[in-house]
Design a protein around this ligand. Structure first.
Ligand code: BES
Ligand code: ZN
Ligand code: ZN
Length: 468
């Protein structure tokens, strides 16, 4: 396992350092100094290639025998515009095959290695990656085990999201949870189909019952009692057709990623368990297909929730908040110290902040500050948005305890978060993440496809908060 993560991140644990080609960081003003140790032939080569260390360029420089001696790398960004802190990821996809090491001129070598590892990711389940890839020697003196855990968590989340819905239904998602649990000695209980009604999880049942792939709640537990309780809840909608209020084709196209919240909390759980953080971890995943059939739930239905609140259904495409409502209510019953949910919940979050900056919502100022701080420190972008109290009444229903959507087009991510908040009453701290779970345009640390968001920051938060 450990080796396979390093292998797929194109990282080498050890090798003769002298066989590795150093990658040297340069910028325009510093180029002359960087070239001062070069031979006349190497300087001529650099000049002949017109390499001026413009941001986001690199040049491979040969030694006297024509083999690769050094790579000059000018990262993106300049004095005015900061570049991507994980820019080394691009090198993992563009350098020729071979073994490299982190040379002079980079800020933090662990950041370089992280960027490289994230950028090296490929989804190879259905088609192998033919290109022989370069490998990076893990720099000495960095926390290699932490890097490995981080990459394993991110890759797990990406793999689960990238797997199409025909191979990632509720059953397959449960199997993935069980595989993760087995690796870390965790326990898993799943409540499936009609048993959801007996166990009083009616909203999960209502959303998932139209599919011939049984809906379920997957419940993973790990760690000794007596430790602080950290509960992660992830939206596991394996495919979101929109139900009876069917999505148009273009909006449905990517909906295999609607289990992105589940994928992300599983990636995070993997990091926490691999690090053996001293917490009592619980992961709850409502896993369903939001499908259509004669047994679909309908707009206008009024459904009882686990908490007892009656919920008037506005649009069956707002299914995520329903399955989360029951899962959150269940999580909340044991008063966790920290309750985190992650969900590909609204298109509105993308309208507000775009695909790469997931909003989070919490009323806990200390928690919010810590999350923002860790987001910056781990180069894992996120942005706080408000649980704006005056909008809460927009969810009032005339005939039920609560409407599940509002009748305005405004603040859709905020009102979805306010809906969820109604189902959390006892947790000592609660935060909700409305993630996109997808990288729509290639960037250094990621190719187009499923994306882990906020989990590197959240791992750092949990590690700091509960010691580890
Ligand atoms: N899974 C979608 C939200 C989504 C869409 C996330 C695209 C990321 C990208 C969710 O179930 C949904 O359809 N939400 C609706 C809610 C609306 C009907 C109130 C939305 O955002 O349009
Ligand atoms: Zn939906
Ligand atoms: Zn959805």
């Amino acid at each position: 396992m450990a080796n396979s993560v390093y292998a797929s991140a194109q990282l080498a644990r050890s090798a003769a350092r002298k066989t590795a080609v150093p990658i040297v960081g340069v910028d325009g003003p510093g180029l002359a100094a960087a070239l001062s140790g070069f031979s006349p032939a190497q300087r001529a080569w650099t000049e002949a290639n017109g390499f001026a260390a413009r941001p986001d360029t690199w040049l491979a420089v040969p030694g006297p025998d024509g083999t690769l001696a050094v790579v000059l790398f000018a990262p993106p960004g300049d004095d005015k515009t900061p570049g991507d802190p994980l820019s080394a990821g691009k090198l993992a996809r563009t350098l020729p095959a071979g073994l490299y090491c982190v040379g002079e001129g980079h800020g933090d070598p662990s950041r370089f290695a992280l960027g490289w590892g994230l950028g090296a990711y490929r989804f190879t389940r259905y088609r192998k990656n033919g290109r022989p890839a370069p490998r990076l020697l893990v720099p000495g003196g960095i926390d290699a085990a932490r890097l490995e855990r981080t990459l394993a968590g991110v890759f797990l989340a990406r793999d689960l999201i990238n797997t199409p819905a025909n191979d990632m239904g509720p059953d397959a998602l449960e199997a993935a949870v069980r595989r993760l649990a087995k690796r870390h000695d965790a326990r898993v209980v799943a409540t499936r189909g009609a048993a959801l009604l007996k166990k009083k999880l009616p909203l999960i049942h209502a959303v998932g019952r139209a599919s011939d792939r049984a809906p379920r709640l997957i419940d993973l537990r790990w760690g000794n009692s007596g430790r602080p309780g950290v509960t992660l809840v992830g939206k596991g909608v394996c495919f979101d057709t929109g139900g009876l209020n069917l999505k148009p084709g273009k909006s449905m196209a990517l909906m295999k990623k609607d289990m992105g919240g589940a994928a992300n909390v599983l990636g995070l759980a993997g990091m926490v368990m691999a690090a053996k953080l001293p917490v009592r971890l619980r992961v709850l995943i409502p896993a369903v297909d939001n499908n259509l059939s004669g047994s679909s739930y309908r707009p206008g239905d009024i459904l009882e929730s686990r908490l007892g609140l009656s919920v008037e259904i506005g649009n069956t495409d707002a299914e995520g908040r329903l399955v989360l409502a029951d899962a959150l209510a269940l999580a909340d019953e044991e008063k966790p110290d920290l309750l985190i949910d992650m969900a590909t919940l609204t298109g509105a979050a993308r309208v507000a902040l775009g695909p790469d900056l997931p909003p989070f919502y919490t009323d806990d100022e200390v928690l919010a500050d810590a999350i923002s701080r860790h987001g910056t420190a781990t180069a894992d972008p996120l942005w706080r948005m408000p649980l704006w109290p005056p909008y809460d009444s927009w969810l009032d229903s005339k005939i039920a305890d609560v409407n599940h959507i509002t009748d305005t087009g405004f603040a859709g991510s905020v009102t979805a978060a306010l809906f969820l908040k109604r189902f959390v009453r006892n947790a000592a701290a609660y935060v909700h993440f409305d993630i996109f779970g997808w990288c729509p345009r290639e960037k250094p640390s990621s190719v187009v496809g499923g994306e882990a968001q906020a989990i590197r920051a959240l791992y750092a938060l949990v590690a700091e908060r509960y010691g580890g």
